[in-house]
Design a protein around this ligand. Structure first.
Ligand SMILES: Cc1cc2nc3c(=O)[nH]c(=O)nc-3n(C[C@H](O)[C@H](O)[C@H](O)COP(=O)(O)O)c2cc1C
Length: 194
């Protein structure tokens, strides 16, 4: 079994992130090869933006680091705000260091016409710095009327495919499984050099 942390990036109470996250969790939880840890940033203690002293490591950061360290791979469910991803997600990412390394990350994004893809492209740059392998194939939702219909979501995959959101989620999770398994074996065989 692979341990996968699903990070829900939106902290807006009652926001679309709750619905998109629920839709995705239903898909990942059907898989027989993955255990899921849901890290909902709206309900997860995060370190303060302004710590009392530079270098202080808050308990919240230690708790988050332990959960990231226990995972074999990650999926980030993120909206797009002003062509980027939410500030709480950056705080969470920056609060953890080595625990991210040599693991894969996949993306489920949503937003206006861009389907959150500009947020995803920025996340690829950030995760590269942390030695995280970002998956090519994504799931994205174009919410032009700020609406998400979980029964029949209007999703897209990053290959321009017509299979819709269900197929896109399967492709992304199959790739996540390949990378998570391969990198777990690699880390066990020889220590990763950062
Ligand atoms: C501050 C803010 C900025 C936004 N900027 C963008 C944007 O640049 N591009 C886009 O496609 N959608 C943008 N949106 C729309 C959101 O991506 C969309 O409403 C999304 O469903 C919000 O998710 P949430 O309810 O989980 O926070 C923005 C929304 C907010 C609140």
């Amino acid at each position: 079994m692979l341990d996968v942390a699903v990070i829900i990036a939106s902290i807006r109470e009652g926001g679309t992130g709750t619905m998109v996250g629920r839709w995705f969790l239903e898909r990942i939880e059907r898989r027989a090869d993955m255990n899921v840890d849901v890290i909902d940033l709206g309900r997860t203690p995060l370190p303060p933006l302004q710590p009392a002293r530079c270098g202080d490591t808050a308990d919240a950061a230690r708790g988050l680091a332990a959960r990231i360290g226990a995972a074999d791979g990650f999926v980030v469910v993120t909206p797009e705000y002003n062509h980027a991803y939410p500030a709480a997600l950056k705080l969470a990412i920056d609060s953890v260091r080595h625990e991210w390394a040599a693991k894969p990350v996949g993306f489920v994004s949503y937003g206006g016409r861009s389907g959150g893809l500009r947020a995803v492209e920025q996340l690829r740059l950030v995760f590269a710095e942390l030695h995280v392998v970002s998956l090519r194939d994504t799931v994205s939702f174009h919410l032009e009327r700020d609406r998400f219909d979980a029964a029949e979501p209007d999703g897209a995959d990053s290959r321009g495919g017509t299979g819709g959101a269900d197929d896109a989620a399967k492709v992304m999770l199959d790739h996540l499984a390949w990378w998570a398994t391969t990198l777990r074996e690699g880390r066990a065989t020889r220590p990763y050099i950062r």
